[in-house]
Design a protein around this ligand. Sequence first.
Ligand SMILES: Nc1ncnc2c1ncn2[C@@H]1O[C@H](COP(=O)(O)OP(=O)(O)O)[C@@H](O)[C@H]1O
Ligand SMILES: [Mg+2]
Length: 218
Amino acid sequence: MRTVAFVTQKGGSGKSTLASSLAVAAQEMKETVCVIDTDPQGSLTNWAKTRETRDIEVVASGAARLPALLAQLKAKGFTLAIIDTPGAEGPASAAAMVVADLNIIPSRPSMFDLWASARTRAALKDIGGDFVFLLNQCPPAQQTARVQDGVETLEEMGGLISPLILARVDYQEAVRHGWGVTELNPNGAAAEEMRSLWASIRRRLARIKPRSAARKAA
Ligand SMILES: Nc1ncnc2c1ncn2[C@@H]1O[C@H](COP(=O)(O)OP(=O)(O)O)[C@@H](O)[C@H]1O
Ligand SMILES: [Mg+2]
């Protein structure tokens, strides 16, 4: 089982939105997915309640229980765990960063978000965590100077994963129904972004050692 965490203390950057749609896209692409909601706000716990099909397991967890929970989920046969974290620095985000094979730091193309991303990156560097940035809620005209600045800043800071995610109504509509964007509108541009994002993450995961193995060796 591989573990991917969405982390950044910046609220509103799209952690919960992307975690939910990515979970569905990965499940459609043959993973057996579970989602771990470590945010006391319970965004994804509510999403799961709204969702009628119970095909994706969503479990709420605090920081302390996380390692044992992951071991249980692995034993149950899940192939992918996606962790959503609160919009604040604290034990839940710190614990997620430690257990994740890959941390995804979503950021809007604004300076406040980019600065917050730098702090998250510093925390990940301290613990030797693997991470990539993801630019979210980009304006529809992609080639704006603001997006270009964001791309360059994040690339310099250590790697931007493709694709750029645009601001699209589908992301908000899907959450309202307890769906992912690939279920709401399978042929839409948002669905294509989520399938492409999962493909990028899968490629990246294939190149990195499972975090649990690295910890044992250390
Ligand atoms: N790509 C996107 N397009 C449109 N709206 C988005 C997108 N990503 C996030 N949002 C919206 O931005 C807000 C914050 O997203 P959310 O997932 O709650 O962020 P976080 O979990 O990081 O606090 C929500 O209202 C959500 O619907
Ligand atoms: Mg959230």
